[in-house]
Design a protein around this ligand. Structure first.
Ligand code: ADE
Ligand code: ZN
Length: 327
């Protein structure tokens, strides 16, 4: 709980506490009762269904003010788990429908909430603008335009989430090129529901320096070695993979083998309430599964800080806080 943590892979809407979404829906008289189980948590059957429920849960989030409140709630949870830096996926698809003017207002509201949370809890947020793969390459281009308009010291990256089984990375090359030209750093979900070839495609066709998940690279050791040699960083989310049925347990998760083979691994939660997890729980489960001590987690936090897409001044501050915790 108290170890300082650096999280690189968190979806803002996916981190929404179910109670927050339920209360907002009730206030706005939107009926999304079908997405909750009897204990009030999110309910879904499998990955496709998870994506459906995820999208339904965004329905009551209609205004920049809603996103302001959501951001405060999410960062409070992260900070309680010891997170000091959070790189968060933000989606103009849900924030104003990819209209640049609306996106500016939403991102400004999120940023103002993040500034408040930083003052309140000492947690730092930076944004990765992220189109949704199954919405298609055309919409991703519009999202890239939104990203380019707001690129800077706070919107620092561009990614791609959604259904990996739909389309190919190269369909999104235009969007990624536009984001790169705007100075954004690049990551892409791959090797979660697609195999090693999906990771290869994302690296080759999009030029990403990080991969979201990437766990299924383990099925091709030549690819694992290439990832290790080129220093591509994996944003691993073990609790997410276990909850969605990719692996039966933490012990069966490839994070340990990837690390042993020299890959730069980081640990994140993805969509914590959906997977009944937190950063503190991820650490605890990994410690139990692999007998990892504080030294391993310290190394992972530093790897994460070095792989963060923020400016060097922010990175130095994060690294100093990690070093202070060592002492
Ligand atoms: N969006 C939110 N969580 C995701 C995941 N685990 N994979 C793909 N897209 C997502
Ligand atoms: Zn994700």
């Amino acid at each position: 709980m108290s170890l300082p943590k650096v999280e690189l892979h968190l979806h803002l809407e996916g981190a929404a506490p179910p109670r927050f979404i339920r209360d907002l829906a009730a206030k706005k008289k939107i009926d999304i009762s079908g997405i909750f189980d009897e204990r009030g948590g999110y309910s879904y059957r499998d990955f496709r269904d998870f994506l459906r429920v995820y999208e339904a849960a965004t329905e009551p989030l209609k205004t920049p003010e809603d996103y302001h409140r959501l951001t405060l709630a999410v960062l409070e949870e992260s900070a309680a788990s010891g997170v000091i830096y959070s790189e968060t996926f933000l989606s103009p698809d849900f924030c104003g429908g990819r209209d640049v003017g609306a996106w500016r207002e939403y991102s400004q509201a999120i940023r103002e909430a993040a500034d408040l949370a930083e003052k309140r809890d000492g947690i730092v947020l930076r944004g990765i603008v992220t189109p949704i793969r199954h919405f298609g390459p055309e919409k991703a281009r519009e999202v890239a335009r939104c990203a380019a308009e707001t690129a800077g010291d706070w919107i620092v990256g561009f990614g791609l989430a959604g259904d990996e089984k739909i389309g190919k990375p190269k369909d999104f090359a235009w969007a990624f090129d536009a984001a790169r030209e705007a100075g954004l750093r690049l990551t892409c979900h791959a090797g979660e529901w697609g195999g090693p070839e999906s990771v290869r495609d994302a690296i080759r066709d999009l030029g990403v320096e990080r991969i979201g998940h990437g766990v299924r690279a383990i099925e091709d050791l030549a690819l694992v070695d290439e990832i290790a040699e080129t220093g591509i960083v994996l944003e691993l989310c073990p609790g997410s993979n276990v909850a969605l049925g990719l692996y039966p347990s933490f012990r069966a998760h490839p994070i340990h083998r990837l690390r042993e083979r020299g890959v730069k691994v980081t640990v994140s939660t993805d969509d914590p309430p959906f997977f009944h997890t937190t950063m503190a729980r991820e650490y605890r489960m990994l410690a139990e599964a692999f007998d990892w001590d504080e030294g391993v987690f310290d190394e992972i936090a530093k790897t994460s800080a070095k792989a963060a897409f923020c400016d060097e001044g922010t990175r130095d501050k994060i690294l100093k806080r990690l070093e202070k915790a060592d002492a």
